[in-house]
Unconditional design. Structure first.
Lengths: 200, 110
C-alpha cells in the first residue's frame, strides 16, 4: 500500500495542530450518525406495523432500479476523490470536471429518488398511508435532502473555481466538502441494505 | 490565534501529516464497492432465499460493514489522517448504535 501513496505534511497553526475546519466537519458527521441512527431505527421498528391489507415494502420496492441508483451514488464518491486529488495536484481544470461529474451523478440519484417517490405515491403509498410509509419517506427524504445540499455545495465550489477563487491553497475546502459527500454515501450504503435488501 | 506545539497523543501525526493515495488505489476500492453491491443485490433473488433469512441478514450486514469501512478508510482518508478524526467519528457512531439499540430493546423490537 505504501508504494501507492505519497505523504506530505500540512502546517495548521491551531492549538491542536490539525485543521479546525476539518475537525468541525468530523464532529458534525459524528452528530449526523445520531440523526440517521434515529431515522433508521424508527424505520426498522415501524416497517412491519401495517395491517394485512396495507401496502408494504414488498408491494412497492423496485430493487433493480434502486440498485442502479445506489451504484450511481457509489461512483460519485469515486469522482469526488478524483476532484480532491486534482486540486491537491494543482490541476484546476480536472478539479472542475470531477466536481461537475460528482454533482451530475448526485443529481441523477436525486432524480431517481423523485421518480421512486412518485411511483410509490401512484401505487397508493403516501406519507400518512401507514407507519411504514411515514418512516420510509422520512428516512429516505432526509437522505435525499442531504444529497441535494451536497449538490449545492459542489456547484458552489465549481462556481468559485470558475471565478478563480478556488486554487490549490484551498484544497482542504474541497476535501471537507468531500467528507460530507462521502458521508451521505455511507448513509445510503446502510439504508440500501437495511431498508431495501433485508428480507421483509 | 497563537501557534501552539501539539502535544496530545491524539494528534501524534500532527501537523496533519497524511498520505494522498493514488487514483489507481481509489479505482480499486470503487471496483470492490461495485462487486460487493452486485453481490448484495444477488442475495435478493429467490434462489438465494433458500439459504434462510438469518444467513442472508448476516451476509448483508457483513458486506455493508466492509463497504462502510472501505469508504471511510480510503475515500474519507481516515486510514491516512490524524487519529483524532477516526476517534471522533467512531464515538458518534458507537453512541448512535448504543442509543438506538437500547431504544429498540425498550420497545421489545427483538
Amino acid at each position: 500500500m505504501a508504494d501507492e501513496a505519497t505523504t506530505h505534511a500540512e502546517e495548521h497553526h491551531t492549538s491542536t495542530g490539525i485543521s479546525n475546519e476539518k475537525l468541525a466537519m468530523w464532529v458534525f458527521l459524528g452528530s449526523e450518525c445520531l440523526l440517521f441512527g434515529g431515522l433508521i431505527s424508527t424505520y426498522m421498528f415501524n416497517k412491519g406495523r401495517i395491517g394485512p391489507n396495507d401496502i408494504g415494502p414488498d408491494d412497492v420496492f423496485d430493487i433493480p432500479f434502486t440498485s442502479v441508483s445506489s451504484f450511481v451514488l457509489l461512483m460519485s464518491s469515486l469522482t469526488m476523490v478524483f476532484a480532491v486529488s486534482a486540486i491537491a495536484r494543482g490541476d484546476l481544470r480536472g478539479n472542475r470536471i470531477w466536481l461537475a461529474t460528482t454533482a451530475a451523478l448526485g443529481a441523477t440519484f436525486v432524480a431517481g429518488q423523485v421518480y421512486e417517490f412518485t411511483a410509490f405515491y401512484s401505487e397508493g403509498l403516501g406519507f400518512t398511508t401507514n407507519l411504514f410509509g411515514s418512516a420510509f419517506y422520512a428516512l429516505t427524504g432526509f437522505h435525499g435532502a442531504h444529497v441535494t445540499i451536497g449538490i449545492i455545495m459542489l456547484m458552489s465550489l465549481y462556481v468559485m473555481s470558475m471565478r478563480g477563487n478556488l486554487g490549490p491553497e484551498r484544497a482542504e475546502t474541497v476535501e471537507i466538502i468531500g467528507l460530507y459527500w462521502h458521508f451521505v454515501d455511507i448513509v445510503w450504503i446502510v439504508i440500501f441494505t437495511i431498508v431495501y435488501l433485508f428480507p421483509q | 490565534m497563537a501557534t501552539v506545539t501539539p502535544e496530545s497523543p491524539d494528534t501524534a501525526h500532527a501537523p496533519d501529516e497524511h498520505a494522498h493515495p493514488s487514483n489507481w488505489l481509489y479505482v480499486k476500492v470503487a471496483i470492490a464497492l461495485a462487486l460487493l453491491t452486485a453481490f448484495e443485490v444477488f442475495t435478493y433473488f429467490e434462489t438465494v432465499h433458500g439459504w434462510g433469512d438469518t444467513a442472508i441478514i448476516i451476509m448483508l450486514v457483513l458486506m455493508m460493514l466492509v463497504k462502510f469501512f472501505l469508504v471511510v478508510a480510503f475515500f474519507m482518508h481516515l486510514k491516512f489522517d490524524a487519529p483524532i478524526f477516526w476517534r471522533l467519528f467512531v464515538f458518534g457512531l458507537i453512541l448512535a448504535m448504543a442509543v438506538y439499540m437500547v431504544m429498540l430493546t425498550a420497545f421489545r423490537f427483538w
